[in-house]
Structure formats: C-alpha cells, structure tokens
Design a protein around this ligand. Structure first.
Ligand code: NAD
Length: 282
C-alpha cells in the first residue's frame, strides 16, 4: 500500500489534492479546523468524482474506494503517521509558520513537509522547522484534479533527495512536476498575477467591461479562461495576498494590488467561493 499522505486545509485546493491522491491509491488524512469545511470537502470530492465518471475520465467503480481512502480530522496531530504532509491552509504567513512548527513536532523524522502556498517563501517556512532539508513547495493548480502542473519549489536548504521524492510522487499521481527556485511568486504567480492585476485596472479605469476584457484574452490570446474569470476562480483575496507578497518581496511598486481588487475583497466579493467577484455566480 502507498504511504499515507496528510493534507492540511480542506478548502478548494485541499479537497482537490485529497481527491487526486485518493484516486491514485494513497490513503489520505484530510485535516481542517472547521468541521463544516471537512463536510463540504467530502461532498465536493464526491461531486467531482461523479463529474469525472460522467466524462469517462475514470471508471464508475473508482468513486467509493477513493472516498473510503480519505479520513477526516480536525487537528494536526492526525498527521503523525504520514510520510508526506501537504499544507493547503489559508494564505496567511503567520498561520503557515505556526502549522509547520506544529507539524515538525508530530510527524516522523523522515516525513516530508510540503506547502501548496501560492507565494510565501519556502525558505522562511522551512526555517520554522528543524528539518529544512525536508521542506518543499508543491504548488498545485486549481482545479487540482484537472490541471497537470505541479510547481516543485526548492527552498534554500531543500535536499536533492526531498526534491527527487516529491517529483516522483507528483508523477505517480499523474501530474507534470516542474522544478523552480524560491523567489516571490515562484514562476506561475509572478507572471499570472501582474496580468490579472492589469485586467482589474482595465475594469477600474473603464477601459472595458469584465466580459469584454475576458473575451479579448480568450479569443485574442487563446487563453481558455479570461484573467478576470480566472481571478474569480482563484479567489480575489488570494490574488491580493499574492500581489502583496510580490510587492514586498521584490520591492517593486509595479506589483501593487489594484485598488478595485482590494475594494471587492473588503466587500466580501471573493469570487466563486462567495458567489460574487467580477461576475455574479448564482
Ligand atoms: P480556502 O480558503 O478555500 O481554504 C483554506 C482552508 O484552510 C479552509 O477550509 C480553512 O478552514 C483551513 N484552515 C485555516 N486554518 C487552518 C488550520 N490551522 N488547520 C487546518 N486548516 C486550516 O483556500 P484555498 O484556495 O484552498 O487555498 C489554500 C492554499 O492553496 C493557499 O496557500 C493558497 O495560496 C494556495 N493555492 C490556491 C490556489 C487557488 O487557485 N485558490 C491555487 C494554488 C495554490
């Protein structure tokens, strides 16, 4: 049997990561402080497995065994028997630092601690543990079951052995790992977020409507999703958090978050997850 994986955070990324590992035969412990989030994650995973069955991507018989491989828990101590922990809790540096210090205490000496952070320094997170050589970034894309890429981010002290293990596991679950180094935003968000931010400025300045901006980018650049629809999918709060990290980490005001993005977040318009962002989702 495959080694156990623990996923910390059962939000939109955590449920997708748990889904993908369970479908690939890994026993998974899914941990969240919120029992509501755990219940919602289980029903989302069941619904997404149904969708994969309907599309012919997986066999109907794969659903129940995959769901049965996922165990829910509300505290990080449940990660004690995991060989790999993937942290996918909210994008808050203080929270992640606390979680990694706690995980370092509960897991075995050979366990690898990975984070799905979009932008927080892997080196800094690793520094909160006594195993920086076994701390790494595993940056999955949303929606996890559909998207092939995993950015594998090496912190300053991440060992070759840890990188090789995580790369092999990413391939085992059907993903394509790409190794990058630890700089703010890594590669994906360093390039994506300025585009999303510029699209938000276009809305704020009245250059065009969100629909028009997204249509230009879909039809003109062949992007499957326009930048504003993508921002709604990622979460506008997450976009602002990543832009703040880019601006402070790289020290360049060109990364400052568009005031309209901040205003939407202040209003609770977080995108799909709150049913309102650049678009309404009823
Ligand atoms: P989310 O808000 O959907 O989920 C976060 C979950 O973390 C919530 O269920 C919350 O209850 C839980 N949580 C908070 N504190 C916790 C704790 N102490 N222990 C356990 N769980 C805790 O957020 P998300 O979009 O799933 O993002 C999670 C992480 O993945 C972030 O670091 C984000 O930057 C990263 N990420 C997000 C995307 C995206 O498209 N949304 C893509 C790649 C990476």
């Amino acid at each position: 049997m495959a080694d156990r994986v623990a996923v910390v955070g059962a939000g939109q990324m955590g449920n997708g990561i748990a889904h993908t590992f369970a479908l690939s035969g890994f026993p998974v412990t899914l941990i969240d402080v919120s029992t509501d989030a755990l219940a919602k994650a289980r029903s989302t995973i069941a619904g997404n497995l149904d969708r994969q069955i309907k599309k012919g991507a997986i066999e109907a018989g794969a659903k129940e065994p995959a769901l049965a491989r996922i165990t829910d828990a509300t505290g990080v101590s449940a990660a004690s028997d995991a060989a790999l922990v993937i942290e996918a809790a909210s994008e808050d540096p203080a929270l992640k630092f606390r979680l990694f210090a706690a995980l370092d205490e509960v897991v075995g000496p050979h366990a690898i601690l990975a984070t799905n952070t979009s932008s927080i320094s892997i080196t800094t997170i690793a520094g909160r543990t006594r195993r920086p050589q076994r701390v790494i970034g595993m940056h999955f894309m949303n929606p996890v079951p559909m998207m092939a890429l995993v950015e594998v981010i090496r912190g300053l002290a991440t060992s070759d052995a840890t990188t090789a293990t995580v790369t092999a596991i990413a391939k085992q679950i059907g993903k394509t790992p790409v190794e990058v180094n630890d700089y703010p935003g890594f590669v994906a968000n360093r390039i994506l977020m300025p585009m999303i931010n510029e699209a938000a400025y276009c809305v704020m300045e009245g250059v065009a409507t969100p629909e028009a901006i997204d249509t230009v980018m879909r039809l003109g650049m062949n992007h499957p999703l326009g930048p504003l629809a993508l921002a709604d999918l990622i979460g506008l709060d997450t976009c602002v958090a990543i832009l703040d990290v880019l601006q402070s980490g790289l020290g360049d005001p060109k990364y400052r978050a568009c005031p309209l993005l901040r205003k939407y977040v202040a209003a609770g318009w977080l995108g799909r997850k709150s049913r309102r962002g650049f678009y309404p989702y009823d």
